[in-house]
Design a protein around this ligand. Structure first.
Ligand code: KIV
Length: 272
């Protein structure tokens, strides 16, 4: 356990709120499977996001749009099996929460019942206010996702920084205040100017988790394949790589190939 996580109690939405109140930063990473979730949970991560970025990292798709509800459920169940302490948040995939509150609630309930996850993350602002309201009223904790919303990539046409213009920045602030009012337990802000993210963080009482949103927020989230250096094809400015697993795994694979080819593996002690 890292020195920051001697507290072994299960992380809850309430504990994230307490962390914001006492100024303790929140750490969050994505995971999509049991083994990865177990490693980062035991390392002391506060929260694990079963992101629909699984579409990119696990399947190799260009966008998050192809991810289905059943695929998210499969990944989320695997992560829940590996995470004992961290708060597990699951992305509602594209098309499952988009202006039809009854359908949205059905999808939300399905994820919660089939996976045992702790909460959901939903992309969108005031356009989906009724959906968010209905899900929260059913007792399901919701993390709002605003700023750059990858599920809307076809609407934006670009992954560049959002809310640089006054009008979009104002809508973002309004959406954050609305999501807080509706009862969201936290907000994720993706790829927006640091000053705006910091301003929003001070305006709302709930925790704000940033990705490409500077340091003035309450916590940070990164995609695990990017920060561990498994995926080398994606290098945005906001990314810090903490390992080079791509290189480690390449060398390990090459050593294995050599040992097999040279009949060095298995040796006597590795045989029955
Ligand atoms: O799907 C995901 O990994 C995300 C993060 C980028 C926040 O939503």
């Amino acid at each position: 356990m890292s020195t920051y996580t001697e507290d072994k109690r299960k992380v809850t939405t309430h504990r994230l709120l307490e962390m914001k109140q006492r100024g303790e930063k929140i750490s969050m990473l994505t995971a999509y499977d049991y083994s990865m979730a177990k490693i980062i949970d035991e390392a002391g991560i506060d929260s694990i996001l079963v992101g629909d970025s699984a579409s990119n990292t696990m399947v190799g798709n260009a966008t998050t749009l192809p991810m289905t509800l059943d695929q998210m459920i499969y990944h989320a169940r695997s992560v829940v099996n590996g995470a004992k302490r961290a708060l597990v948040v699951v992305d509602m995939p594209f098309g499952t929460c988009s202006g039809n509150p009854r359908q949205s609630l059905e999808a939300a309930i399905r994820i919660m019942q089939k996976t045992g996850a702790d909460a959901l993350k939903i992309e969108g602002g005031q356009e989906i206010r009724e959906d968010v309201k209905k899900i929260i009223n059913a007792g399901i904790p919701v993390m709002s996702h605003l700023g750059l919303m990858p599920q809307s990539i076809n609407k934006y046409g670009t992954y560049t920084v959002r809310a640089k213009e006054e009008k979009e920045a104002q809508k973002l602030v309004d959406d954050c205040l609305l999501m807080e009012e509706l009862g969201c337990f936290a907000i994720t802000l993706e790829k927006i100017p640091a000053t705006l993210a910091s301003e929003i963080t001070q305006k709302v009482k709930i925790p704000v988790i940033g990705i490409g949103a500077g340091s003035g927020v309450d916590g940070q989230v990164l995609v695990i394949h990017d920060m561990m250096g498994i995926n080398k094809d994606f290098s945005p400015k906001f990314l810090r790589r903490y390992a080079d697993l791509h290189a480690i795994m390449t060398v390990a694979t090459q050593n294995y190939i050599r040992d097999v080819k040279e009949s060095d593996f298995p040796n006597k002690s590795e045989s029955y």
